[in-house]
Write a protein that binds this ligand. Sequence first.
Ligand SMILES: [Cu+2]
Length: 173
Amino acid sequence: MMKKMTFILATALLAQPVFAKGVEAHNAYARAVVSGVQQSGAFVTLKNTDAKDNVLVGASVSKRFAERTELHTHINENGVMRMREVKDGIPLPAGEVVELKPGSYHIMFFGLKQEMKAGKKIPITLKFKNGKAKKITATVKEIQKTAAPHQHDHQHGEHHNHDHHDHAHGEHH
Ligand SMILES: [Cu+2]
């Protein structure tokens, strides 16, 4: 009995450095857009479980989905939200959670080849500064029903819609 417990403990301790390291990805989703719209965005919550800072330096999808994938952020420029490519990547400080979300950091698709319908699964490869890569699957969902993504003048409205959606969802319960 003692021996067995010691063995389990030792295994757990040995296993820890292997499984606790790296960047975890949770809740990956992409914005549904109507047919003909060429751009969309994807979002994911990343947790850097390493003791070292890391950076999300790139993201890619199969050419079957989109021509090009970039990492973007939104900045407030004199009260107007504008989108910018983040050339230096998205910082992932050690031990911290970074949420890619509408109005903030996001993965951006250009030249969509397929309609981004709700429920569709998009495999995305994330690349990190430490040379590691991670495959995630984003589920397409409706984030905003009307305007095309990244009409940045409407960013404020997007937030309202999003909040409203969450609220409405809560009321169902
Ligand atoms: Cu963008």
